[in-house]
Design a protein around this ligand. Structure first.
Ligand code: FES
Ligand SMILES: [Fe+2]
Length: 383
């Protein structure tokens, strides 16, 4: 008899204790994509993110990109509240402590009279700094102080990421939306095209032809879907009309999953959708996606019309995925065994295997009692 691979248990998608363990054991340890360099192009430009429970500020300090804990070391006000913006410097909104490029509070109003902090004491009050690295225009942050380099972490896909960085322009559409589902349900949804006929009969089904091939590079993977002839013709026409320079070697629809939560869909070498699935609690995450066209061509009415069309199509198909993901989350609460995965869902099996292996390596475990304490075997399979 063929042994069935161990799979995640439904409780793994619901448990608050496991959510906390994943934040510490997965999201703090892995490089997280935070945005494109052009979003941080000038001094003072910043992004804020929540990574593994840490409020993170990514900011251009006099031309250098830095990642700090987004919390003032005086009385812990958040330094920046907006998700993105530009300020003249890094100054706390509460009492006005001003931080230098190293995150040291050199400007403290009333310091001599009230605190008497010398330079060494101020250095002791520096903002916590996180690792930041980039591949081309793609900026990543890692919360854990130690870990593999970004190049090692994304291998063997560093060259592909560089090609995407070089070949595609800035985002013409950028959205962050809450999903009522565990981040793993969001990822699993994009690891197969089995659901396309049922969930996207009018939207994504008009793009892909149903064929599917997967290449594995543990813990990452790439899916290749054939595109329908009409969709390819549409992209040929649009590409010519707008002067887009198709990125070679990326025909049809290519879907890269970089573990744990970065997914990039590439359509006909001319469109990318860069998606991050950011856990915000047990059973919920924020999907952040950016759409970018290949370089080339000029701005103008024709291009705006194409961008609007692609934005609307993307909104429709993600709305369809978002609705079904919420239903899966609800249903998962009543399930008492792992899902049944077919051969066309083998990419999910690898995802489960990676998560279960992390359990063994990092001893990821729930801090709360399991939902079904009687079932010891289920416990075995929980990450
Ligand atoms: S909390 Fe930031 S200056 Fe007081
Ligand atoms: Fe989908």
């Amino acid at each position: 008899m063929i042994a069935k691979p161990a799979l995640l248990h439904p409780a793994d998608y619901l448990d608050p204790g496991l959510h906390a363990a994943e934040q510490a054991g997965i999201f703090a340890r892995h490089w997280q994509f935070v945005g494109f360099a052009e979003e941080l192009a000038e001094p003072g430009r910043f992004l804020t993110r929540q990574i593994a429970g840490e409020p993170v500020l990514v900011i251009n300090m006099d031309g250098d990109l830095r990642a700090f804990r987004n919390v003032c070391t005086h009385r812990f006000a958040r330094l920046k509240v907006a998700e993105a913006g530009q300020d003249s410097g890094l100054r706390c909104p509460y009492h006005g402590w001003a931080y230098d490029r190293e995150g040291v509070p050199l400007g403290i109003p009333g310091n001599a009279d009230c605190f008497g902090l010398d330079r060494a004491a101020k250095q002791g009050l520096a903002l916590k700094r996180f690792a930041l690295d980039r591949i081309g225009r793609l900026i990543f942050v890692r919360i854990a102080a130690e870990g593999p380099s970004l190049a090692d972490a994304v291998a063997p896909h560093g060259e592909l990421l560089q090609r995407l960085s070089d070949g595609f322009g800035p985002a013409f559409s950028q959205v962050a939306q809450p999903w009522a589902a565990d981040w793993k349900i969001g990822i699993e949804n994009v690891l197969e095209v089995y659901h396309v006929d049922a969930v996207h009969p009018e939207s994504f089904r008009s793009v892909v032809d149903g064929s599917w091939r997967v290449e594995y590079q543990r813990p990452h993977s790439i899916g290749h879907a054939g595109m329908r002839a009409e969709a390819l013709r549409w992209w040929e026409g649009v590409g010519k009309r707008l002067g887009l320079l198709a990125v070679p070697g990326l025909d049809h629809y290519v879907h890269l999953h970089l573990f744990p939560n970065l997914a990039i869909g590439i359509t006909a070498g001319r469109l990318i959708s860069v998606q991050t699935y950011e856990p915000t609690g047990p059973g919920r995450f924020t999907l952040r996606y950016r759409l970018c066209l290949a370089l080339g061509g000029k701005q103008g009415a024709a291009r705006t019309a194409v961008e609007n069309h692609l934005t609307a199509l993307n909104e429709t198909l993600l709305g369809e995925d978002r609705a079904i993901a919420a239903e899966v989350q609800i249903g998962t609460a009543s399930a008492d065994r792992p899902a049944l995965l077919g051969a066309n869902e083998d990419r999910l099996m690898q995802f489960h295997q990676t998560l279960l292996a992390l359990k063994n390596t990092h001893r990821l475990a729930s801090g709360t009692p399991p939902s079904h304490p009687a079932d010891e075997e289920r416990q075995e399979n929980r990450i």
